[in-house]
Write a protein that binds this ligand. Structure first.
Ligand SMILES: Nc1nc2c(ncn2[C@@H]2O[C@H](COP(=O)(O)OP(=O)(O)OP(=O)(O)O)[C@@H](O)[C@H]2O)c(=O)[nH]1
Ligand SMILES: [Mg+2]
Length: 375
């Protein structure tokens, strides 16, 4: 698989003759409006109405097949949305490599620093540079052009942990969504549910964030927009009880996918992590094997703290994959490599904006290409 991805990395090792000013204002600003939420057409289906439009549910990733032109469009959007990182650390790298003919130890030290500052993680970067220094010593890396290409490959290698396909033949397929406050859990659920609905799957949402009344309302509003019913209790109800009712409703109504929203919780608060363990147990009690997916939402703008979040959430809830949100809002997209390399947990989705179409299945080769592509 890695070989295939490396092959897909374009060999465009040219270092640009001119590099744009990284301090220049970003071209794109994200505005949060209902327009860019991207849902048009009639209001949601009536609550409790379930229509399974697909035939047989097979094991598949939830990506709607795309034509070549829409693929190009998707790539340009990804590229544009990652412009902060591209114009940030990738630009700094290119400025450093510009006009150099040889690779000297100072150059490697400076590059190493840039990648550490881009949140790639000290351990990960040191590991990459051990390899690179030894290649330079053996004369296998001779010029900055080859060095740039090698860095792309090293990054790709660290990112290439593939999540298993979600097997929707397990019905209902239960996804538990967890993470600290404000990382994008509820909006990611909405985007994911929207995607699944587009594939013809029936989706039920469970409002197990009972901490704030507004949290339930937020999920309900999304549910109405995308046409997915929401199971809820009152504020301050036991989230495990809501989760249990959600599972019961899902079985009774024969839905394809259930997504459970949970309250944002600090990964260091033991009692809140215990509550999460309980929710997890309750899901499995009602539906053997559930949750089939435990999706940890990490905010790319929080930097290295994301690693300790991943570690503690994994201990409490056995994370199966990660959605890395707000990549559009950071110049330090290196955090993705730090997560996969240090946690060995796959990134399944990335969030690159607030619109409904801004949740993407994570494709490591496409990601690296978008980062390193020229303006
Ligand atoms: N720019 C950008 N904003 C995002 C992205 N994902 C989520 N957001 C925004 O992040 C904010 C918080 O999102 P929520 O979904 O409410 O976060 P949450 O984790 O459910 O928050 P709590 O329930 O309070 O813990 C919202 O304004 C979202 O629109 C993303 O990929 N890019
Ligand atoms: Mg929420």
């Amino acid at each position: 698989m890695l070989k295939k991805w490396i092959k897909r990395l374009k060999g465009d090792t040219e270092i640009p003759s001119e590099v744009t000013d990284p301090t220049a204002p970003d071209m794109q600003t994200v505005h949060r409006t209902d327009e860019n939420v991207g849902i048009t057409g009639p209001e949601a289906e009536e609550q409790n109405e379930f229509t399974v439009k697909s035939g047989e549910n097979t094991s598949e990733d939830n990506v709607v097949p795309e034509s070549a032109s829409s693929k190009n469009g998707l790539f340009s959007r990804l590229r544009e949305r990652m412009s902060k990182s591209r114009r940030g650390f990738v630009h700094q790298m290119d400025s450093l490599l510009l006009g150099r003919r040889t690779i000297d130890p100072e150059l490697l030290d400076e590059l190493e620093e840039i990648l550490i500052m881009a949140d790639m993680g000290v351990e990960t970067v040191q590991n990459i540079f051990e390899q690179i220094r030894s290649d330079v010593r053996r004369n296998e890396l001779k010029d900055p052009k080859a060095l740039r290409q090698r860095l792309k490959e090293c990054l790709l290698e660290r990112l290439s942990i593939q999540p298993p396909d979600m097997d929707f033949r397990q019905k209902p397929f239960v996804i538990l969504v967890v993470g600290v406050n404000g990382v994008g859990k509820t909006t990611t659920i909405a985007k994911l549910a929207h995607n699944l609905k587009k594939q013809g799957k029936s989706v039920l949402l469970v409002a197990a964030d009972t901490f704030r009344a507004a949290a339930v309302e937020q999920l309900e509003a999304w549910g109405r927009r995308i046409g997915a019913p929401v199971i809820k209790h009152g504020m301050n109800a036991d989230p495990s009880a809501v989760a249990y009712d959600g599972m019961e409703a899902a079985v009774k109504r024969n839905v394809d996918v259930v997504i459970v929203d949970t309250a944002g919780r600090l990964h260091t608060k033991v009692n809140l992590m215990e509550e999460l363990k309980k929710i997890r147990r309750v899901l499995g009690k009602k539906i053997p094997g559930a949750p089939h997916e435990v999706l940890l939402i990490l905010d790319a703008t929080t930097g290295q703290n994301a690693i300790s979040q991943a570690r503690l959430f994994n201990e409490a809830a056995r994370i199966t994959s990660i959605a890395l949100t707000k990549l559009d809002g950071t110049a330090k997209g290196g955090i993705a490599a730090s997560i996969t390399s240090e946690m060995k947990i796959p990134i399944r989705y990335i969030g690159i904006g607030e619109g409904m179409e801004d949740l993407r299945p994570f494709d490591p080769a496409e990601f690296v290409e978008a980062l390193f592509s020229r303006d």
